[in-house]
Write a protein that binds this ligand. Structure first.
Ligand SMILES: [Fe+2]
Ligand SMILES: [Fe+2]
Length: 190
């Protein structure tokens, strides 16, 4: 018994020792966890918005390519939802920050963007009320795609460079945008 107890205690101690010895490699793994976290860290505001633009552009392209009605209906739904969330986070968080940072000339860019959002939203509402196969369904999605393409070009080529120049806190804004996007996406899925 005593021997067994001793053995067990020796095992425990060996176990502890090995845990202690493993402390070094663990340090390394903490570092790799940190690196993994870093890569998952929210993108800065411009990177996040550009990623959204790219994602929706791919959906428009998929819509153009397919002849399958069910797929078209699903893609149209996804496009409308993605654009609704994207427009809302821009209007709630990004555009107000841009107004704050910009001079009058810059403000005109944001004014234009807001007007474009309003028109896009009207078209989105029409598409959401329609079913694939109805007259003008495909045309409305196509026009929305062209419309968004133009809007995205203005944001990426004119507004975003202005944001960098104006020294906006893009990292903090990126975190806010990501948090709000997650919230809105979850409420749409519910
Ligand atoms: Fe926009
Ligand atoms: Fe945008």
């Amino acid at each position: 018994m005593a021997t067994a107890a001793k053995k067990s205690s020796a095992q425990t101690s060996a176990k502890n020792k090995s845990t202690t010895t493993k402390a070094r490699p663990k340090k390394g793994s903490r570092t790799s966890r940190r690196t993994a976290t870093a890569s998952k860290r929210p993108k800065d505001a411009i990177a996040l918005l550009k990623a959204d633009h790219k994602e929706v552009d791919a959906m428009f392209k998929a819509f153009e390519k397919t002849d399958d009605d069910a797929e078209k209906q699903e893609l149209a739904k996804q496009i409308c939802q993605a654009l609704t969330v994207h427009a809302q986070i821009e209007e709630e968080i990004f555009y107000p920050a841009a107004y704050d940072a910009f001079d009058e000339e810059g403000d005109d860019l944001v004014d234009e963007a807001q007007v474009e959002h309003a028109s896009a939203k009207a078209l989105i509402a029409e598409i959401e009320a329609m079913t694939v196969g109805e007259p003008l369904f495909d045309a409305k999605v196509k026009v929305l795609g062209e419309y968004i393409k133009h809007h995205v070009e203005e944001e990426e080529k004119e507004m975003f460079p202005e944001c960098r120049e104006a020294g906006m806190d893009l990292k903090a804004l990126g975190e806010q945008l990501a948090a709000r996007k997650a919230e809105l996406t979850a409420s749409l899925a519910a």
